[in-house]
Each structure stands twice: as structure tokens, then as C-alpha cells.
Design a protein around this ligand. Structure first.
Ligand code: G3I
Length: 361
């Protein structure tokens, strides 16, 4: 008798094919990075690039995470404190200063031969409650501003070579931000902040730092008018910081306009907080793909290429905002997956790293 054919194995094969496909897809997505090119293994950003390369550093991670620390030592020659030098960190009470984390960072930087850029003497955010609740007349507020700036700059005199003196004073529509400082002291406080910093350390290079130069002409023009006005008044301003918290969809022409118009002021130009978001639309299910990785590398390359084209004496350097993707403020701030930096969450070089190197070719 002929035995009937048994087709019961078919569902099992289907399951096996599905499992294999999913595993391959997973494997593929985790093998985009690190960079496969053995030629870049012994390079580092600080060795390869013709201007200083920096990172904003989180002191907690610097102390606790050896991968973080070793990567910072290897790759960068300029460091900025991500948070440790902000008002609330160093000056938590009216008569109380806390230098612990900032000193740790400065000692670490100097003992490893790195430049320290100070961030930030004046901002409308990260203020301690005692400042937000401070009661006083105009002279009292002026004294608060001056005392804070001069105490912090004097503390780090000879160790911190440059400062973001005023951070983010301009709105997207080009008007002055109605910060607590403007409310209490008027917009001319900006110039005086630079003068106070200069009195405390005449050798320090002083920057105005902001974001959104690449958004378009409105905010950019207002920022350029502000720094040109400070220059024309003889205020000691030496540089302009372009934060460059940008996104992969930003046009190369807007990014180039941001950099070249800043250079046209004649001031030093610092790309002071760069990261390139891949998920600006906050898609919770987005994954990191080879295509996104390549787009990001091209965007880093384009920015670096333009920056490399401005006069050498104006190239203060490029600083990325924190070290690896997992450390970036973007993930926690926007509560979304994203991959904005040149190192992946295992502290390995991404395709974006090669993009940076390609920018100077
Ligand atoms: O340290 C406390 C922790 O003790 C507490 O449990 C936790 C709860 O929220 O907060 C922790 O502090 C946070 C701090 O980052 C350290 O992680 C603050 O809430 C948080 O506001 C702070 O965010 C920082 C933000 O500036 C505000 O100061 C980000 O890390 C930092 O990346 C970001 O950096 C700014 C630049 O200074 C200026 N340009 C924009 C840039 C990105 O927003």
C-alpha cells in the first residue's frame, strides 16, 4: 500500500526561515558600526584633525566608567564640562561655592594635557533656587552677576583658557530672550558680563554661545548683530560659539551659512556642542540603519568640511556634546531613541567618525 505523503514538516520550515531572517536582520543592524576599516584603528580625532577636537564631559561618567574615561583621554584634546561649571553646580547657595566636580574635571584635563573650555558663566537655565528667588534692587542684581562671574573665572584663572560668557540670550524670532537677567538688568548686562569676566582673567578668550544659527537668517542675523555690536563697542569678546545641536535633515547650505557668517565677524568660531539627531520626529520605533548611519556621516563631513575652510586663526575647534550615543542629553530630554554622536553606546567608532575624518580630506 502506498503511504500518504506527510506534509507536517512545512510549518516547521516556515518557522525556521522566519527565525533565520529575524536573526540576520538583527545581526545586520548591530554590525553597522564599529567602523570596519582597519586603517582608522590607531588614529584619534585629536591626532588627525588640524584643529582642537573636544567633548563635553559628564563628571559622574568620567569617574565611574573606564570606557568613557579612556575614550576621552584617547580621542580629544579639549574638554568642556557638560554641567559641572553651571551656576547651580558651582554656586548653589548665596555664599556657598562647590568646586568639587569642576575641579575634578579641570585636574583630569590638565594632567592629561587637554585644554579646558568653560561653560557657562551666564544662562537663563540651571540657576539655583536662591537666584530665582533673589530679592534685591538693580544694584544688588548687578552685584550678584558680577560676583558670580568674577569668583568663578578667578577660581579657574590660568587653567580654563576660554569661557562661554553668555549663553542663549536670543530667541528664535531674533528678539532678546526675556530672561531673569534681562528683566532685572536690561540687555546691556550682556556687555558688562564680558567686561567682568575680562577683569577677572584678562588672558581668557571670551565667547558668546547660542544655538540655531543654521535655522535660517532670522535668529542668525540677530546673533551676528549682537556680537558685532559688542565688538564695535570695544567689549572684550573673542569668539562666537555655534552649538550645532542639529539634525540629519538640516540642509548643508543652512549649515554652511551658519559657519561662514560666524567667521565673517572675524571672531574665533567654536562649534561648541555638536550632535546630529537622527530621530528629530521622535519616532519611538525608529531603528539605526545603515542608511541613517551614512546620512549622518555625510552631514558630519559637510559641517567639518565647511569649518575646515574658514581661516585657521579662527578655528577654535569642534566640541561634541558628550561622548557616546547613550550619554547624549537628546535621549533623556526628548525621551526617544536616537544616535546623535560619532561613538555608539559601546564606545566604538561609528560611520559618523569616518565622516568627520573625511571632512578634512
Ligand atoms: O544631577 C541631577 C540628579 O541628581 C537628579 O536625580 C536628576 C533628576 O532630574 O537630575 C540631575 O540633573 C540633571 C543634569 O542634567 C545632570 O544629568 C538636570 O535635571 C538636567 O536639567 C541637566 O540637563 C542638562 C541641561 O543642559 C540643563 O543644564 C544636560 O545634561 C546638558 O546636556 C544640557 O546642556 C545644554 C548646554 O548647557 C547649553 N546648550 C544646550 C545643551 C543641551 O540642552
Amino acid at each position: 500500500m502506498i503511504k500518504p505523503l506527510n506534509f507536517s514538516f512545512i510549518p516547521k520550515i516556515a518557522v525556521a526561515i522566519t527565525v533565520l531572517t529575524v536573526s540576520c536582520a538583527k545581526y545586520k543592524s548591530t554590525t553597522i558600526d564599529p567602523l570596519p576599516n582597519p586603517r582608522v584603528v590607531e588614529t584619534s580625532l585629536q591626532k588627525e584633525m588640524p584643529f582642537p577636537m573636544g567633548a563635553a564631559v559628564n563628571v559622574g561618567l568620567l569617574k565611574s566608567n573606564a570606557n568613557y574615561r579612556n575614550l576621552v583621554i584617547k580621542e580629544f584634546n579639549s574638554l568642556t564640562a557638560e554641567n559641572a561649571m553651571k551656576f547651580a553646580s558651582v554656586h548653589p547657595g548665596k555664599d556657598t561655592y562647590n568646586w568639587t566636580d569642576a575641579d575634578y574635571l579641570v585636574d583630569f584635563a590638565l594632567s592629561n594635557g587637554k585644554r579646558v573650555h568653560g561653560h557657562t558663566l551666564n544662562w537663563y537655565k540651571s540657576l539655583p533656587d536662591w537666584v530665582n528667588n533673589f530679592q534685591g534692587n538693580t544694584a544688588d542684581w548687578e552685584n550678584l552677576l558680577k560676583t558670580h562671574i568674577q569668583t568663578v573665572v578667578s577660581h579657574f584663572k590660568g587653567k580654563v583658557v576660554s569661557w562661554d560668557v553668555v549663553n542663549e540670550a536670543i530667541n528664535e524670532d531674533g528678539t532678546f530672550r526675556n530672561s531673569i537677567w534681562v528683566q532685572k538688568l536690561g540687555v546691556d548686562y550682556i556687555g558688562r558680563a564680558f567686561q567682568y569676566a575680562h577683569e577677572a582673567d584678562p588672558s581668557a578668550l571670551l565667547f558668546y554661545n547660542d544655538y540655531g544659527h543654521e535655522f535660517g537668517p532670522t535668529k542668525r542675523t540677530a546673533i551676528l548683530n549682537l556680537v558685532n555690536d559688542l565688538k564695535n563697542k570695544g567689549i572684550p569678546i573673542h569668539g562666537i560659539g555655534l552649538q550645532m545641536h542639529t539634525r540629519v535633515t538640516q540642509s548643508d547650505s543652512n549649515l554652511a551659512a551658519a559657519i561662514t557668517t560666524a567667521a565673517a565677524t572675524g571672531l574665533k568660531v567654536h562649534l561648541s556642542e555638536i550632535d546630529i539627531a537622527l530621530n528629530p520626529d521622535n519616532i519611538q520605533t525608529l531603528t539605526y540603519t545603515p542608511d541613517l548611519a551614512a546620512q549622518q556621516a555625510a552631514k558630519y563631513k559637510s559641517i567639518v568640511k565647511t569649518y575646515n575652510g574658514i581661516p585657521k586663526t579662527q578655528q577654535f575647534g569642534i566640541t561634541q556634546w558628550n561622548v557616546c550615543d547613550a550619554d547624549s542629553w537628546i535621549l533623556s530630554n526628548y525621551n526617544r531613541p536616537d544616535w546623535p554622536l560619532p561613538f555608539n553606546s559601546q564606545y566604538q567608532r561609528k560611520v559618523a567618525y569616518q565622516g568627520i575624518l573625511d571632512g578634512i580630506k
